[in-house]
Design a protein around this ligand. Sequence first.
Ligand code: SAM
Length: 224
Amino acid sequence: MKISALTIFPGYFSPLELSLIGKAKRGGVLDFKILDLRDFASGAHKSVDDTPYGGGAGMVMRPDVWGDAIDSFASKDDASVIDLVILTPSGRRFTQRDAEMLSKSESILFACGRYEGIDARVQEHYRRDSRFRVHALSLGDFVLNGGEVAALAMIESITRLIPGVIGNPDSLVEESHVSEGFLEYPVYTKPPLWRDIEVPEVLLSGNHAAIAKWRSDRAGEGRS
Ligand code: SAM
């Protein structure tokens, strides 16, 4: 699977070398391309932003720089459809359903904004282009300095659904959010007694039906 990101801080993506994702990358299961947006900026200062029309604080990312970068990416990508994820706190909140949908993508390109965000025409333009499926997504109802951390979180949740990334695929079967509203039950391991707190007896009983019932009764209590 091909996952790419356009950012002014390519170094933010170095964690993709680590852990299961890094291993899957080295094994050829995942293919990452992290592109520097500034490579598409012109002028001595390689500026990617300008003052907002209508006034107000901060700077807005220029549509011409983003357009050149996305077009250049698309011209070298062989996918028939590219999932363009535009990261924005005003977008639809990302969920496990989005992770599932994007885990089936041929090619995903994350557009990581900075400053006051990306000129709105970028989204409008690529929504009109049938080569792209545009998703304006938010990681949650809070504001980050940039889209990189949101992209990393989404990449982790998407890629762990791809066969070959997680060592034991059974771990994905009973996870929180696997179906709408499902939350996992509390989990325990050795030792059976820790700081005066015992593991619930039923989990040591070997009675699979009783364990399943206990787990179903306790599912989701982490939210209470
Ligand atoms: N002015 C924008 C607003 O009020 O909606 C916030 C811009 S934010 C400081 C800069 C960039 O960080 C955004 O363009 C976006 O790419 C990213 N970002 C911030 N919060 C985010 C979130 N919750 N989810 C996804 N991306 C986020």
